[in-house]
Design a protein around this ligand. Structure first.
Ligand code: ASP
Ligand code: MG
Length: 480
């Protein structure tokens, strides 16, 4: 029963429900797997949830390492049936251990363990299915990996209940989170979701229980589970912020936020206080992929700010991400990189003249689910940047197109792509020159540079061996 009060009016007693929360006094909080490593991490998470002044809408990832365990478990189940039991025992152990360490009350512990057992049983059956059929389709993988988040939600709910706090687990394949059919790289149909979610959101807001939503997955119109790819819970959190029209989204990790360079390379690297949506959208593709690349998309239209925070340092400012662009004194905000790139160069004097060649190539690769990281083209050459893991396959596919238009194909592995990101890089004069100068002082050969393709990023391509020196040089040039 929802809280409310009775009022006698004209001799009848009416019950008036109190609307407990509204969209102004909520906050969406997402906790990644790195916040859910063990009982002490989960303690921090519950402290943060309970210290909120606003009504918390909680999104969880799987416990640290569990998604990897499930993915490997699928592969090994396909290989040999006996492997299923070892996956299942590790899965069970990890969740039991955290539950036992974090939950004091015995009956709460027992119900939590029962819930864990039910979910693990399903995983076990699915893995035997993979083993018997020797089939692991992307739909099956998506379904099995979704259990990591379901299990994490059970643990968090148990720990909250242990502290006397009511919560409500909401599995995100039951809330109209409709996606396309790219099972392991799905995108949400935002319009449809908003319509489906409206009554559910109202129920959540009218309930005093804290909602715990599973990150990472949704479902197709036919009800099959789909996931959003690795780190997909960030995207779920953004979709929820959109669904609730929330004033703020907080993404909690075990680091303070985005940094102006990789601290493993630059020892005076610093946290970035403030980034714009555009800057973050670029940075999501680089470095440790601190956020899922689709995180900004659902919230961009509503201008919802994102606050990145560290569970071990909750008082630090972290990084604020907001729609407004600003150019700070250093002009650039971050030097990011991806060292696992290959470049395929398609040469041909007629390339600029022949319409449709880029489309043909892009279609050939996307038919095999290969993503082109970036392209840099001239009239006589198309350069494709492909992630290393897809490099050999891409080259094999594209070789087939050698003929009239494409005269020659070169293939180069171990290339690094550096992105110099900041709202000012195009708007201010001389930034590209400073970047190039900084790098060339180190006698590093820049194989290619691209400015203007993005308003907030300059790209440099070089040998992966040179990338650390180049990053230090650029960082020094702009940050001193
Ligand atoms: N558990 C999923 C992963 O490890 C999703 C996430 O963490 O956001 O990729
Ligand atoms: Mg994660």
């Amino acid at each position: 029963m929802f809280p409310g009060f009775y009022l006698i009016q004209n001799d009848t007693i009416n019950f008036y429900q109190v609307k407990m929360h509204n969209k102004e006094n909520i906050k969406v909080l997402k906790f990644g797997g790195d916040c859910l490593k063990d009982a002490s991490h989960i303690q921090k998470v519950t402290d943060i949830i309970l210290s909120q002044k606003n009504f918390p809408i909680v999104i969880v990832s799987a416990i640290f390492g569990i998604t990897d365990l499930l993915i490997d478990g699928i592969t090994s189940a396909k290989d040999k049936e006996v492997n299923v039991s070892s996956t299942i025992s590790i899965l069970t152990e990890k969740h039991y251990e955290i539950a036992q360490d974090a939950i004091v009350n015995d009956s709460v512990l027992q119900t939590t363990i029962q819930d864990i057992v039910l979910l693990v049983k399903k995983v076990e059956r699915l893995l035997y299915g993979v083993s018997y059929t020797e089939e692991d389709t992307d739909a099956i993988r998506a379904y099995i990996t979704s259990f990591g988040e379901r299990l994490a939600a059970v643990i968090l709910a148990g720990v909250l209940e242990d502290k006397g706090i009511k919560s409500n687990i909401i599995e995100t394949d039951k809330i109209g989170l409709i996606t396309d059919e790219q099972y392991e790289n799905a995108t949400v149909d935002l319009k449809e979701f908003k319509v489906n979610f409206k009554p559910i959101a109202a129920n959540i807001l009218n309930d005093e229980a804290i909602p715990i939503l599973t990150g990472f997955f949704g479902n197709t119109p036919k009800g099959k589970i789909t996931t959003f790819g690795r780190n997909g819970s960030d995207y779920t959190a953004a979709v929820m912020a959109y669904g609730f029209d929330a004033p703020l989204l907080e993404i909690w990790k075990d680091i303070d936020g985005f940094m102006n360079a990789d601290p493993k390379i630059v020892n005076n690297a610093e946290i970035i206080d403030h980034l714009s949506y555009f800057e973050v959208a670029e940075l999501c593709y680089f470095g440790d992929r601190i956020l899922h690349p689709l995180t900004i998309e659902p919230i961009a239209g509503l201008g919802i700010p994102v606050h990145m925070k560290n569970i071990f340092n909750p008082d630090s400012k972290g990084t604020i991400i907001s729609p407004d662009a600003y150019i700070d004194e250093h002009i650039i905000k971050s030097v990011a990189y991806n060292p696992h790139i290959a470049m395929i160069r398609l040469h041909g004097s007629g390339i600029g003249y022949k319409a449709g060649i880029v489309t043909t190539i892009a279609n050939a690769l996307s038919a095999k689910n290969i993503n082109i990281f970036a392209t840099v083209s001239s009239q006589t050459c198309i350069n494709l940047l492909i992630e290393m893991k897809d490099a050999d396959e891409s080259y094999d596919i594209l070789k087939e197109y050698k003929g009239n238009i494409i005269e020659r194909i070169d293939f180069q592995k171990d290339i690094a792509l550096i992105a110099v990101v900041g709202e000012g890089v195009l708007k201010r004069k001389g930034i590209l020159a400073r970047v190039l100068e900084g790098v060339s002082k180190e006698r590093i050969n820049i194989e290619m540079a691209s400015a203007g393709a993005s308003e907030v990023a300059i790209y440099l391509i070089m040998s992966a061996d040179d990338v650390d020196d180049a990053i230090r040089a650029i960082h020094k040039e702009f940050f001193g």
